[in-house]
Design a protein around this ligand. Structure first.
Ligand code: F6P
Length: 504
């Protein structure tokens, strides 16, 4: 059986036809490289035909997947076995959506029932008149909730949610200005319940409730955590602690009680539909093989660019205001998961790992950064995400112009345009993929996020790395602690900066 090195070697030798040549060669290309995932009443189309994937590359990547033991790793993932080798943990985010090891699904359901009971009770008035929720958390305890609330609760939120992550007090002060303390709840979201930014923000938010005369401010706090003991120590009553399993990673935790603000804003039924949309993608990822697996196929294209063609970044542009936070959510998912230099076995990797994920919203980005995409010297594979149904109720021209522009950009990147004037020539042959949703409802957003989780996992398996640890974030935290405790020695530049800021 060929090894991974053999498979990479074969892939590197393949010819590189242009996108225009690929379309000319195969009239069925759009159908072959587009696939839909049905979500009940809606669905999502994944069109990868404007990437350079062709039968040769797909065969080569399928050989790589075999050499990398992809099917066995995927089985381990869904069986709740250890896939996070450096920390000896399973990664059971899909169990929260009902897909995974039976016992883990059962346990997740018990916790989900508890969360449902609390959300429904609050909506029914058990904690008095609740109009606002300040959710403090950071990284995975903030980015997913912020995205989902912003995308799904624009029109008539059941609760006005403010996600506050930054330790810069301006972030929390902005939330205070927007909330009436008498009708505000405080959610403290932290897997570890030790993260300094979150615990500092939580303490300040609690003082704000106290200082504003709220009776029993501690009784307004809800803890969302995998470390309930710490939450009890911090003073949260057990009845208001919503736990989740240690085997759920921070950046994969929005499906757990970390999703509390989502359920508060959109209601319990919609939150369940969010989980169900994700579960449809879990089933697709678990049950389809090779190129028919849309998450794996996307990873084949990702690696074509990151590894074979050395693209250093990957652009993601949502042509939908509801998804304006999607790129920043994806940055953590992809870069914290796959920004690694060693394999799961601890050896140096055999090529580049995660490219830098960046992006924005269309059409705004067209008037700012697309110049570089069309004529710059960097190869940037781009994903476009759009919705057929509009999110607004204005004149249909708005949505028509939005979608036309989205499709025009993909076509322009691919076709390019010759010109005698070098400054006006477009080289073309620049790849893009388009994710076209019927609508952006809760199920669709769940599906979009789960698609990217599995795409990230598939990339990791093909590269032989562990996507579920993040030791790279620890050193800076440790140095900040040393600064705080004082007396430590640093390099001359850091010492001078500390002195200038009065911290030395
Ligand atoms: O510093 C990185 C990180 O550990 C992320 O992985 C995590 O999502 C975030 O911090 C927040 O951690 P916690 O939920 O434990 O507060």
């Amino acid at each position: 059986m060929p090894t991974r090195a053999d498979a990479w070697h074969d892939l590197a030798l393949l010819p590189e036809p242009t996108l225009t040549e690929l379309f000319a060669e195969d009239p069925q290309r759009v159908n072959k490289l587009s696939g839909r995932i049905e979500l009940g009443e809606t669905g999502v189309l994944f069109d990868w035909s404007k990437t350079h994937l062709d039968d040769k590359l797909l065969d080569g990547f399928e050989a790589l997947a075999e050499a990398a033991g992809f099917a066995a790793m995927r089985e381990r993932l869904f069986a709740g076995e250890v896939v996070n080798s450096t920390e000896g943990r399973a990664a059971e985010h899909s169990a929260l959506r009902g897909v995974g090891k039976a016992e883990s699904v059962e346990e997740a359901l018990v916790l989900r029932d508890r969360m449902e009971a609390l959300v429904r009770a609050i909506h029914d008035g058990a904690m008095g008149d609740v109009k606002h929720l300040i959710h403090v958390g950071i990284g995975g305890s903030a980015l997913g909730p912020a995205l989902a609330v912003d995308a799904l609760a624009r029109d008539f939120p059941l609760c006005d949610v403010h996600v506050v992550s930054n330790i810069d007090g301006q972030a929390l002060e902005a939330a205070f200005k927007a909330c009436d303390p008498e009708t505000t709840l405080l959610a403290v979201a932290s897997k570890t319940f030790t993260t300094i930014e979150t615990m500092t923000n939580a303490a300040s938010a609690l003082s704000w409730l106290e200082q504003n005369g709220v009776a029993d401010p501690s009784g307004r706090v809800i803890a969302l955590t995998a470390n309930p003991e710490k939450a009890v120590e911090w003073g949260v009553d057990e009845t208001r602690i919503l736990p989740f399993a240690e085997s759920v990673g921070g950046r994969y935790s929005l499906w757990s009680s970390i999703g509390f603000p989502i359920a508060m804003a959109i209601g319990w039924e919609e939150f369940e539909s969010f989980l169900e949309g994700a579960a449809k993608v879990d089933e697709h990822f678990r049950d389809s093989n090779g190129r028919a697996n849309l998450c794996l196929r996307a990873a084949f294209a990702d690696l074509t660019y990151a590894r074979l063609r050395k693209a250093e970044t990957r652009g993601v542009f949502a042509y939908d205001e509801r998804l304006r936070l999607f790129p920043s959510y994806l940055q953590q998912l992809e870069m914290e998961s796959n920004g690694k230099s060693v394999t799961a076995a601890g050896d140096p990797v055999d090529g580049p790992t995660a490219p830098i994920t960046w992006g924005g919203v269309g059409t705004d980005a067209q008037h700012a950064v697309f110049q570089l995409l069309h004529q710059g010297t960097h190869l940037v594979p781009v994903d476009f995400i759009a919705s057929i149904a509009p999110g607004d109720s204005l004149d249909a021209a708005h949505h028509r112009i939005l979608l036309m522009n989205c499709f025009a950009q993909g076509a322009a990147l691919m076709a390019g345009q010759a010109s005698d004037d070098a400054a006006r020539a477009y080289p073309g042959n620049r790849p893009s993929a388009t994710i076209l949703c019927d609508d952006i409802d809760a199920a669709t957003l769940g599906a979009l996020i789960a698609f990217h989780e599995h795409r990230t996992f598939a990339n990791a398996v093909l590269m032989g790395i562990n996507p579920f640890d993040q030791f790279g974030v620890e050193l800076g935290k440790a140095i900040a602690k040393r600064i705080e405790s004082g007396g430590a020695q640093f390099d001359p530049s850091t010492t001078a900066l500390l002195e200038k800021a009065g911290l030395g």
